[in-house]
Design a protein around this ligand. Structure first.
Ligand code: SAM
Length: 454
């Protein structure tokens, strides 16, 4: 039996994404696992799926002008096929134009009939004839043109230009369109970084380099998915973005400490804390969602950690328990947020988030901060982090918290817990740092370090 080709897998994943509104990374992983495709084809499917989602508004804007009745008049699969074809023509230099058109037409014929194949052929060829018409100025101050040139929603473009200025907004959007780097955190309980890298080269025949951002980080430059590696199965590493690796170190945990990770699932930072504490002390890893608790537990077991206790609870309720008042030496609040710093990794976020949604997140973060503040002992550290670049969720949130809580002060020594490059390149304030996605080709992250005084 003939195997389903890569482009057809991409088409099916995009269709499912549109119809079920499920996360594209989950759909992609599930599909690739059962696809039987070789590594090269898997890379093509990944590139096509993420690419079509990343460039959605730009592709649709052009297609709407090339399709007589407009895209919405077409069946969903025809719409996706056109996006796939156009994406290859516009953004994948290594695929010859003829192949991109022919393969898409072939797909349309196989799925539908000759009439649809003709339509697809006509639209893609017309794009090629009129190519010059469909370019956007790279530098402009028109929100609409910027949104189309860099494939971001207009509300985000407007907001970023307003808050950070045109140059930074463009740099950020460009970074969001570059492929995300794959990095892992070495489990120092089991192995050191040099030995891990040597082992990786030997077992995986891939290239790895040490991270500049974290002494625990390794960047996988070539090779397959680390989740399928035997080194991962043995608990020698955790898949984690380099910015995210800064968080646990910024808390500066010490062996023997009592730490609360208030929003812990899937446990990326709880386990990092435990590794840095040499598995000595305690980390209470809480999360509100029952289905996420198993994710924490399986990471804890895989990494060989004993000192993490998990608890499914709304942490606002934990804050009401009398025996927990002032109990913890340090608290990590890695808060639920808009995720606007991880668009490169999860392009769906661009199109699924609405400006209004941020209001309710800001309120939730405020309540979470209020609650966990009570659980910290005097002299303890409250570390607040998010993977977003929205000031209302970040520095403004922290400033408001500090105003309402004179017993907390921002820690001026935060830079001591971060690598010097972060201090040089990123945006900093007293006790906080904001990393943008274009600074280190890692996720956009915010970290604030606050101290509870007497
Ligand atoms: C940014 S994620 C945490 C990621 C995690 N720290 C890591 O590094 O793997 C935020 C988490 O907060 C959880 N959450 C949301 N509201 C909560 C609440 N009221 N109490 C506890 N956890 C909550 C979500 O389920 C989500 O898993």
């Amino acid at each position: 039996m003939r195997r389903k080709p890569a482009r057809e897998w991409a088409l099916d994943i995009l269709l499912q994404y549109e119809q079920n509104q499920s996360y594209s990374n989950l759909l992609l992983n599930q599909a690739l696992q059962k696809s039987g495709l070789d590594a090269r084809d898997k890379r093509l499917v990944t590139e096509l799926v993420y690419g079509c989602i990343q460039r959605l508004n730009t592709l649709d804007w052009i297609l709407n002008q090339l399709v007589k009745k407009g895209l919405s008049a077409l069946k969903p699969w025809v719409r996706q096929a056109l996006r796939l074809g156009l994406y290859q023509l516009m953004y994948l230099d290594r695929i010859p134009e003829r192949a991109a058109v022919n393969e898409t037409v072939h797909l349309a014929k196989k799925r539908g009939h000759q009439g649809i194949a003709n339509l697809v052929n006509g639209v893609l060829r017309r794009y090629l004839r009129e190519k010059e018409k469909w370019t956007f100025p790279a530098s402009t101050d028109s929100t609409k043109e910027l949104a189309l040139a860099y494939s971001h929603p207009e509300w985000l473009v407007k907001r970023w230009v307003q808050v950070y200025g045109l140059e930074t907004a463009i740099a950020m959007m460009q970074a969001n369109l570059r492929p995300a780097r794959v990095s892992v955190r070495v489990n120092r309980l089991k192995i050191d970084r040099d030995r891990f890298m040597a082992l990786w080269r030997e077992k995986e025949a891939g290239e790895v380099v040490p991270s500049d951002l974290s002494p625990d980080g390794v960047i996988i430059e070539r090779g397959g998915n680390p989740a399928h590696s035997s080194l991962f199965a043995q608990g020698l590493c955790t898949i984690q973005d380099e910015s995210s690796m800064l968080v646990a170190r910024a808390l500066a945990p010490k062996p023997g400490m009592r730490i609360l990770d208030a929003c812990a699932a899937p446990g990326g930072k709880s386990t990092h804390l435990a590794e840095l504490m040499d598995n000595d002390g305690s980390v209470l890893a809480c999360d509100i969602h029952p289905h996420k608790m198993e994710l924490i537990r399986s990471n804890v077991n895989r990494l060989g950690i004993q000192m993490i206790e998990t608890r499914q609870i709304d942490v606002r309720k934990l804050a009401e328990e009398p025996d927990k008042q002032g109990y913890f030496d340090a608290i990590l609040l890695d808060a639920p947020c808009s995720g606007l710093g991880v668009i490169r990794r999860k392009p769906d976020i661009k199109w699924s988030k609405e400006a209004e949604e941020i209001d309710s997140l800001v309120q939730l973060q405020k309540e979470l901060l209020e609650s966990v503040a009570k659980l910290l002992r005097t002299g303890g550290v409250l570390l607040y982090s998010t993977c977003t670049i929205e000031p209302r969720e970040n520095q403004e949130q922290v400033e408001q918290f500090l105003q309402a809580h004179p017993d907390f002060i921002p820690d001026r020594h935060l830079p001591d817990y971060l690598p010097p490059v972060v201090q040089q390149k990123s945006m900093t304030g007293e006790g906080w740092v904001q990393i943008f996605p274009h600074h280190f080709e890692s996720d956009g992250f915010f970290i604030a370090r606050l101290i509870k005084q007497a």
